[in-house]
Design a protein around this ligand. Structure first.
Ligand code: SAM
Length: 236
């Protein structure tokens, strides 16, 4: 499948992770554009609410027919009805409608942001919203040398394109500022054989609220061996 579809599937797979799948009730997608991710969210039956946010109001209005229920949806009703809200607004703006969100999605959004908006984004998502997980994808600049006649960026509206190292340091820095989150990375859309060292076309960061995974046996086992105390005295 084309890379853009691989991105939607990769994000959908994250939401389906067995560790938090059942908690995914409210999902917010920033920079949703033409609602292409919608079908991938609609198929996840745990989701009860999807909130779409984009700064381009005209795109939202033009495409809003895509989120209306289909005939099949009336014939085959979900056990829990799906409510879909669409808002014009910025990923950097706190809004009461964003509270109680389980998952945040931002697919190929951050590279469109000016520095002030990019700076404000972590406060809105990780301090104000505090979702259980947050997924970001962005182009991998290391991969650009594979495009013939490549100029500066893949798209005229991109404000930057980050190497794997740049993207990972942005994300890891966020976890230092908001230590209740951990982050891991995945590549999306690999190139031809022999180009694996460049990574893939897109890169994805998955932030996870640590409290969500603490209860899992793996983490419990790890913490049993953790030594964070200093032994002061021991009488035998
Ligand atoms: N996520 C979409 C997809 O995968 O099909 C495509 C995203 S498109 C490349 C980037 C989108 O981000 C545009 O629709 C643009 O209007 C939106 N955008 C730009 N700045 C934004 C901001 N500050 N807040 C929310 N959306 C923004």
């Amino acid at each position: 499948p084309p890379v853009y579809k691989q991105r939607y599937s990769a994000v959908q797979q994250i939401l389906l992770d067995y560790r938090w799948k059942k908690y995914m009730r409210k999902v917010v997608e920033f920079g949703c554009a033409e609602f292409r991710m919608f079908i991938y969210l609609k198929n996840l039956l745990s989701i009860e609410k999807v909130v779409f946010v984009d700064i381009a109001e005209d795109i939202l209005v033009e495409n809003s027919f895509k989120i209306k229920p289909l005939t099949i949806d009336y014939l085959k009703r979900r056990a829990n009805p799906l409510v879909v809200d669409v808002y014009a607004g910025s990923v950097s703006s706190p809004d009461a409608n964003l509270l109680h969100t389980d998952a945040v999605i931002a697919i190929e959004l951050i590279e469109h942001l000016y520095p002030d908006t990019l700076d404000a984004l972590p406060y809105n998502i990780f301090a104000f919203m505090q979702p259980k997980i947050a997924v970001f994808t962005t182009p991998n600049a290391d991969f650009n040398i594979l495009f013939p006649n490549f100029k500066k960026f893949r798209h005229y509206d991109h404000k930057f394109e980050w190497s794997k190292e740049q993207f990972q340091s942005w994300a890891i820095n966020i976890t230092h500022r908001f230590p209740q989150y951990t982050v891991y990375f995945e590549d999306i859309g690999f190139g031809p054989k022999g180009t694996e060292h460049l990574g893939a076309c897109s890169q994805m960061a998955v932030f996870v609220k640590s409290s969500l995974v603490y209860d899992w046996p793996f983490n419990r086992a790890l913490s049993r061996f953790d030594k964070s105390f200093t032994l002061i005295d021991q009488s035998i």
